[in-house]
Design a binder for this molecule. Structure first.
Ligand code: 13P
Ligand code: SF4
Length: 323
């Protein structure tokens, strides 16, 4: 990376400008596409070719043409999903340590025992899972299509759902099903405080409340809209309201404020005010510098054992067909 050294004739570039310029150059040189989740840092969202929720990122990964490298700015399971759907492409992620507490709450061996304890049940899993859990699954869902996919099964279908108990409980409440739930959760979404949300609603009585389904039931009951990150953004755009309380990871604020500058978005505080626990530390491990470096070096690369990938591909493709 060269620093502009024209004796001041051209204003000197900040490190951020230089990184952005290099990322743009590398996109062309390496036929790379940058995909970013809404929870990524603002500067990563801004440089991405496409931003989206996990469903949109999976769709992009399965349909990209004339691309040799997918740069997945999100967490590890999102990179794995992209690799499974595009095995012929190189998939890199800025930080390989970007995991997910929800995916970690469901060990594949334990999940297999859970399945064995429920013979005759269809296995529906959230996409926030390891590839090993995906391989044990009949159909995957994201928060953007979960209700629709579960409703596609006959009313009396026996279903087990993992790993998120909150999303599972939400689907049960909407569909009237009694799916057996794995007892997992996301440490970020579990942190939001109902008491603080009630207080915030009192301060902003006109505000609509947007809640991600990974939040606890008590918070969902206070929502005007429960949905995936993309669904919450769409709702804010289509609503007549001009004030919203946002109960999900704080990275989404960037897209909301960028897309709807005339509206006001208030981030709901977590239980312990002052901490940054409404930030997903895993998502925030990715930085602009690491993004540049991973494009330059072509690593860290996401690699998935082909045998496991083949088993995991089927439930992902089924999800894309059903949604
Ligand atoms: P979305 O599918 O709504 O983007 O959510 C992904 C996620 O990890 C939520 O914590
Ligand atoms: Fe996983 Fe929660 Fe982070 Fe989403 S916010 S990636 S579910 S840890």
């Amino acid at each position: 990376m060269n620093v502009d050294n024209t004796g001041g004739a051209t204003p000197s570039m900040t490190e951020k400008d230089m990184l952005i310029r290099e990322i743009e150059r590398l996109k062309k040189e390496k036929k790379a596409v940058v995909l970013a989740h809404y929870y990524q840092r603002p500067e990563i969202q801004d440089v991405a070719d496409h931003i989206g929720d996990s469903l949109a990122l999976a769709r992009y990964a399965s349909t990209l043409k004339d691309v040799e490298m997918i740069v997945l700015c999100g967490v590890h399971f999102m990179g794995e999903t992209a690799k499974i759907l595009s095995p012929d492409k190189k998939v890199v992620i800025p930080d390989l340590e970007a995991g997910c507490s929800l995916a970690d709450s469901c060990d594949a061996e334990e999940f297999k025992k859970f399945i064995d304890r429920h013979p005759g049940h269809t296995v529906v899993s959230y996409v926030n899972t390891s590839v090993g859990v995906k391989a044990l699954t009949d159909v995957l869902v994201t928060s953007g299509n979960a209700v629709k996919i579960v409703e596609s099964f006959p009313k009396d279908e026996k279903i087990i759902f993992g790993p998120d108990r909150n999303l599972g409980n939400y689907i049960n409440s909407i569909t009237g099903r009694e799916m057996v739930l794995w007892d997992g959760a996301c440490h970020v979404h579990e942190q939001f405080s109902m008491e603080k949300l009630v207080a915030l609603k009192k301060e902003h009585p006109q505000a609509k409340v947007l809640v991600h389904p990974e939040c606890k039931k008590a918070l969902r009951l206070l929502a005007d809209k429960v949905g995936s990150t993309a669904a919450l953004i769409d709702y804010a755009g289509n609503s007549d309201a001009d004030e919203f309380i946002v109960v999900t990871e704080s990275g989404i604020m960037h897209e909301l404020e960028k897309k709807f500058p005339e509206k006001r978005f208030i981030a709901a505080p977590p239980e312990d005010g002052g901490c940054a626990c409404n930030e997903c530390g895993f998502m925030k491990l990715n930085t602009l510098k690491k993004l540049y470096e991973c494009m330059r070096d072509g690593q860290p690369e996401i690699l998935v054992d082909e045998k496991v990938a083949a088993a995991a591909r089927r439930p992902i493709e089924r999800m894309l067909e059903l949604s």
